[in-house]
Design a protein around this ligand. Structure first.
Ligand code: PGA
Length: 253
């Protein structure tokens, strides 16, 4: 059975370290009961160090939600890839739609991916369209997000590359408004085709494609089976420890 990847994106929550520890403890218990999941928890950076000191299941890895594209000192407010790696995180989300919304361009995303790789962090490239038009323009948009992010990378950096597909219109809603599983499957195939065209077949086949956008206990089964994804990127449901436990159990089936 293939190991699934589940990424918990806590975004800008919770507001206290106590709550972060509480979610963390329950999540640890839930993941311990699974057999085939690698869980990447991406808390706000400010909690990373503290949570990393706690005992954790070997199935949990840590990720940051973003890094700076810069490595030099004079960048107030930024957090460098090397710092993130040095506190013990191994993954980083790059190009989340909420960051793109704040002005992050494809060019900056490409720079951040390189910066992550240079510092031994595994990037999780986030892509996804704002809306679906009947002319299929959104497919061009998604393809451009992929191509621009990887065109200058080496093959060795791209084996097992993780792409999180998150249609923006489906984020932070309820399970009834998430993308239907058949459309997810079609998009997964489209992403593999785009990876093949912009790189090659090995890279397309080895890629891990995750779905994100209102994943909840009630839609996860269909997304995993019909959607044919390698895993999930979970936002609001990852902060609800009980729901998240249910999601992990279903993914592990
Ligand atoms: P959501 O968020 O699960 O709350 O829709 C997903 C994300 O934005 O990563």
């Amino acid at each position: 059975m293939k190991t699934k990847i589940v990424v918990a994106n806590w975004k800008m929550a919770p507001n206290t370290l106590e709550d972060a520890k509480r979610i963390w403890t329950t999540t640890n218990k839930s993941i311990e009961k699974t057999r085939n999941i690698k869980l990447v928890v991406c808390p706000p950076d400010i909690y990373l160090n503290n949570l990393l000191k706690n005992k954790r299941s070997s199935k949990i890895k840590f990720g940051a939600q973003d890094i700076s594209a810069q490595s030099s000192y004079a960048h107030t407010g930024e957090i460098g890839a090397e710092m993130v790696r040095n506190v013990g995180a191994e993954y980083v989300l790059i190009g989340h739609s909420e960051r793109r919304e704040m002005g992050e361009s494809n060019d900056l995303v490409a720079k951040k991916i390189k910066e992550a790789l240079n510092n031994n962090l595994t990037p999780i490239l986030c892509i996804g369209e704002k809306e679906r038009d009947s002319d299929g323009e959104y497919l061009k948009f998604v393809k451009e997000e992929i191509t621009s992010a990887i065109f200058s990378l080496k093959k060795k950096d791209l084996v097992g590359f993780i792409v999180a597909y998150e249609p923006i219109w489906a984020i932070d809603k309820s399970y009834t408004e998430s993308m239907n599983a058949t459309d997810i499957h079609e998009t997964v195939l489209f992403i593999r085709k785009a990876l093949n065209e912009s790189f090659d077949k090995d890279i397309a086949n080895s890629a891990k494609i995750l779905y994100g956008g209102s994943v909840e206990p009630l839609n996860v089964e269909k997304i995993m089976s019909i959607g044919n994804v390698d895993g999930l990127l979970v936002g609001h449901s990852s902060l609800n420890a009980e729901d998240f436990g249910k999601i992990l159990r279903i993914v592990d089936k």
